[in-house]
Design a protein around this ligand. Structure first.
Ligand SMILES: [Mg+2]
Length: 215
């Protein structure tokens, strides 16, 4: 049985939640889209880093494919990650102040706000597009948002983001093929402080319940 959160245990604690790979199941749908549209084939387990350059072509080609996807119906209708709905609700019930912090580009803004309203109505107090905090989406841009908003807990699926933000917040990393560490990096990554890897939304909530007193 997983642990649940006590009512008010996170009263006024600010949480930053990422969208793609955490709230929305982006990659499986994107994978099907690029195979259909361009004949690009890759397996999720092959995505060993978040940047798909190389898998989908040059940087420009990759960016164009991402932009085409952002304009598609599939992107507007991305499925919610398993457990996210009930766990976000549980967090809200615990008194947490929930914010979305995403690196999605400006072109995705309207679709993103509609998707959140449809799937998580009135559960988030604010939506931050971290690309606005600096010239380009980057781990530093998310850290800046965390600092400005006063985020105490960040939930993300990018290893570089979680690691950078763990300097100013407690970071939880949603396990995904692209954030697993291989070889020597695995030993180095295991040493990161203030960052914990979880396999699901249920595990995230269980960890929070265990660690509530430390946050
Ligand atoms: Mg993400």
């Amino acid at each position: 049985m997983r642990k649940s959160l006590r009512e008010r245990s996170f009263e006024r604690i600010k949480f930053g939640i990422d969208i793609d790979g955490v709230l929305a199941d982006f990659m499986p749908v994107f994978r099907v889209f690029v195979e259909r549209e361009y004949g690009d084939r890759f397996e999720l387990e092959d995505v060993r880093k978040y940047d798909l350059t190389g898998v989908l072509g040059t940087r420009e080609e990759t960016w164009k494919k991402v932009m085409d996807f952002i304009a598609s119906k599939e992107f507007a209708d991305l499925p919610v990650v398993r457990g996210a709905r009930e766990c976000v609700q549980e967090l809200a019930n615990s008194g947490a102040e929930l914010f979305v912090v995403t690196s999605r580009p400006g072109e995705a803004r309207d679709t993103t706000l509609e998707w959140l309203e449809q799937n998580f109505p009135r559960l988030f107090k604010g939506v931050y597009f971290s690309w606005r905090a600096s010239d380009a989406p980057s781990p530093e841009a998310k850290k800046l948002v965390c600092e400005r908003v006063g985020i105490s807990v960040l939930f993300d699926d990018r290893l570089d983001v979680a690691r950078e933000c763990s300097k100013v917040a407690r970071a939880y990393l949603m396990d995904q093929p692209w954030n697993r560490l291989y070889g020597a990096a695995a030993r180095w990554g295991a040493k990161a402080n203030n960052m914990k890897r979880v396999n699901s939304w249920y595990e995230f909530i269980s960890e929070l319940a265990k660690e509530a007193d430390e946050i």
